[in-house]
Design a protein around this ligand. Structure first.
Ligand SMILES: [Zn+2]
Length: 318
């Protein structure tokens, strides 16, 4: 699996987990390589691409540091490296999505700080919404429907705002912390979990619901979060073993439909199992097939849950 990363992911002067952890993961991969994981340099995105999702005035503010309040609306102190960092981070998510579509394999990026970003300002340490940017890039590249699966502990209210009204993009959001909570609407689904014993069953239920109610998805953009893990102070309400959490993190990738942002070395380790076959839809398999499910649920004893696997009948691109 290709994982996009560049040293610019951490180039901002503001030192904080969100601006540093990708470097820690890259270093850990250097110390403890994982078979099948390849770090690949990504191209940064640019102002023009960002302005397709975000207000151009906000994009300019982050680039120039002026007005400073807007440039720092995500919660970081501005310096010129901030612009380089967020272009790199968001470019990596876009690159992973396009790579997944092109190769029909799971790709990833060590990006973070995405899902709270609004159209005209940042929020919650998120500057630009790389998930929505990548969804747009995937649609431009031929995908017809995109699923954004958000298992970060906090709600993806920024994503909700940005994709609302676009029938082609769905969001499935399972959260354990009310930060950035929103009223689910249309194709945006939000489920709050307050009891750790309900966390994994809830994800299973929501994925089953998607299989029943949603159209086939050509790609899944998985926003992983480490903070639901019980070892994280934020995840205290949702305690679980590292092993079980890793299995959950691995689960969306075994949908086999695309890219993810990975929070930890251990979550990457879970994704090399070879189960990550793909379900990228063929643009030629439209018409009567368009209502077919590209993905099916199947029992996965290794999780005690279910996971999706690609249908063999849907004319998948290989
Ligand atoms: Zn979070």
């Amino acid at each position: 699996m290709r994982i996009f990363y560049s040293s610019n992911y951490t180039i901002a002067a503001h030192s904080f987990e969100t601006t540093r952890k990708s470097g820690w993961i890259a270093e850990s991969l250097g110390r403890e390589p994982i078979a099948g994981i390849e770090l690949v340099a990504s191209e940064p995105t640019n102002a023009s691409a960002l302005s397709r999702v975000h207000d151009p005035g906000y994009v300019d503010a982050v680039r120039n540091g002026n007005p400073r309040e807007l440039a720092e609306s995500q919660g970081f102190h501005w310096d010129p490296g901030l612009w380089e960092m967020v272009c790199a981070l968001n470019g990596g998510v876009i690159a992973a999505a396009i790579d997944a579509l092109r190769t029909s394999r799971v790709s990833g990026s060590l990006s973070s700080g995405l899902h709270h970003a609004r159209r005209a300002r940042g929020a919650g340490f998120c500057t630009f919404n790389g998930l929505v940017l990548a969804a747009g890039a995937a649609l431009d590249a031929g995908a017809r429907t995109v699923l954004i699966l958000d298992l970060d502990a906090h709600c993806g209210g920024g994503t909700h705002e940005l994709i609302h009204g676009d029938e082609r993009i769905w969001q499935m959001d399972v959260s354990v912390d009310a930060f950035d909570q929103y009223e689910p609407l249309g194709n945006n689904q939000l489920e709050m979990v307050h009891d750790s014993s309900r966390y994994l069953p809830t994800i299973e239920r929501k994925l089953t619901w998607l299989e029943r109610e949603a159209p086939r998805f050509d790609i899944c953009l998985y926003n992983a979060g480490m903070d639901p893990f019980g070892g994280c102070s934020i995840g205290a309400g949702c305690r679980g073993s590292r092993k079980r959490f890793s299995a959950t993190v691995r689960k969306p990738c075994s949908h086999g439909v695309g890219c993810g942002t990975f929070p930890s070395h251990s979550s990457l380790r879970g994704d090399t199992s070879g189960r990550s076959s793909t379900a990228q839809g063929s643009s030629r398999s439209t018409g009567s097939r368009s209502k077919q499910r590209a993905l099916r649920m199947t029992d996965a004893p290794w999780l005690g849950l279910s996971h999706w696997k690609p249908s063999t009948k849907d004319g998948l691109v290989r």
